[in-house]
Design a protein around this ligand. Structure first.
Ligand code: FES
Length: 103
């Protein structure tokens, strides 16, 4: 599947993801700026915050209680489409927008 990352300056980066890897992991291993991922993917840091721009977010894994709590700690404003990218396993094409800041 393809992941489209929209950077805060509007530039887009499109990457091919291994099925089942996370939106966070794919960004970090390909050097996409803007995802800090301090905790390494354990839903404990909220520095991998993204806004999901995909039309049908119901295809995404549900927000767990832990993710929901961490989303209240994001540096940029939490919106209805906010997610922790380490909790987004990619099975279908997805587009995410990166927040202005993670820390
Ligand atoms: Fe820390 Fe996602 S990498 S919450």
């Amino acid at each position: 599947p393809k992941i489209t990352y929209i950077l805060p300056d509007g530039l887009e980066t499109v990457l091919d993801a291994e099925p089942g890897t996370s939106v966070m992991r794919t960004a970090v291993s390909n050097g996409v700026p803007g995802i800090v991922a301090e905790c390494g993917g354990s839903a404990m840091c909220a520095t991998c915050h993204v806004y999901v721009e995909t039309e049908e977010p119901e295809a995404l894994p549900a927000v767990s209680d832990v993710e929901d709590e961490m989303l209240d700690c994001t540096a940029s404003e939490r919106c209805a489409n906010s997610r922790l990218s380490c909790q987004l396993q990619v099975l279908e094409d997805i587009t995410v927008r990166l927040p202005e800041t993670q820390i």
